[in-house]
Design a protein around this ligand. Structure first.
Ligand SMILES: *[C@@H]1O[C@H](CO)[C@@H](O)[C@H](O)[C@H]1NC(C)=O
Length: 258
């Protein structure tokens, strides 16, 4: 009944404009088709929109958690203990490693601390606060296979994370003494543990080669070969402070004299 009540009004409307009605008649069957097409198009556009939207969310979430589970995030966890161990030597720090912006901005937040960073891989998809650190010269991108852009004794402490694992001994032989040279009070190395989760395959191009996670005995032997010695005073204080809090780092931490 209700259908019938609609139809006459339509017929009246069609009848009112016969020529247009006649013209529209072949299409009068197509509106549903057209509507379906438009709806399908709309759905496709919406799906595309939401996919791109979620894509953006995923990347930004990745950027936030990029350093999670890495030795750079371990540096952040270890900062209070490094402060106890190094005291005044923590006033002029250079961090070398991926996500250096995060470490540097964390250190700068403290006030009284001067901090710089070397990002060995890329600074392309960084956030605005990192871009600002780069613009101000606090963080720079530099391939650590080549001499560092700093004069000897420029910093009191140099902290390296997730960077040396990617170097072959040939480059380590140049880079490690270089890192020691730019610091006056010590060099702290955060290295991955063998068996620790490696970076995703998708991140490999950034590092150039897979990380070689070396054992603590490998590193110790290497330091002896290279003539680097343990920084005994700070090492002892660091161990005291960490054992009191039962802090167990996921990375190997070496304290070397410079
Ligand atoms: C690195 O240096 C050590 C000590 O000087 C040396 O024994 C070793 O052969 C060097 N390795 C490479 C690959 O050059």
């Amino acid at each position: 009944m209700s259908r019938r009540s609609v139809n006459p009004s339509r017929r009246v409307a069609d009848g009112g404009l016969p020529s247009v009605g006649g013209l529209l008649h072949p299409k009068s069957r197509s509106p549903p088709v057209l509507t379906i097409a438009l709806v399908v198009l709309g759905v496709i556009l919406l799906v595309a929109y939401f996919n791109s939207g979620s894509g953006v969310t995923v990347t930004s979430r990745e950027a936030v958690s990029r350093s999670e589970g890495t030795c750079t995030s371990e540096v952040m966890r270890a900062l209070p203990y490094l402060k106890k161990a190094y005291g005044n030597a923590m006033q002029k720090v250079l961090h070398v490693g991926p996500d250096s912006c995060t470490v540097v901005s964390n250190l700068l937040k403290e006030g009284k601390v001067e901090a710089w960073g070397v990002e060995p891989y890329d600074l392309e998809d960084t956030d605005s606060s990192c871009k600002s650190l780069v613009r101000k010269g606090f963080v720079r991108m530099s391939d650590i296979k080549f001499p560092l852009p700093y004069r000897p004794d420029s910093f009191s402490l140099v902290v390296v994370s997730d960077a040396l694992d990617y170097l072959t001994p040939r480059y380590l032989n140049k880079t490690l003494p270089d890192l020691a040279k730019v610091s006056t009070d010590g060099l702290v190395i955060f290295a991955g543990n063998p068996g620790q989760q490696k970076p995703k395959v998708s991140e490999l191009p950034k590092f150039g080669r897979p990380a070689k996670l070396r054992s603590s005995s490998w590193w110790t032997r290497y330091f002896v070969q290279t003539g680097l010695t343990e920084n005994e005073g700070p090492l002892k204080k660091f161990e005291e402070a960490t054992s009191k809090d039962e802090y167990k780092p996921d990375c190997q931490i070496f304290h070397l004299s410079s």
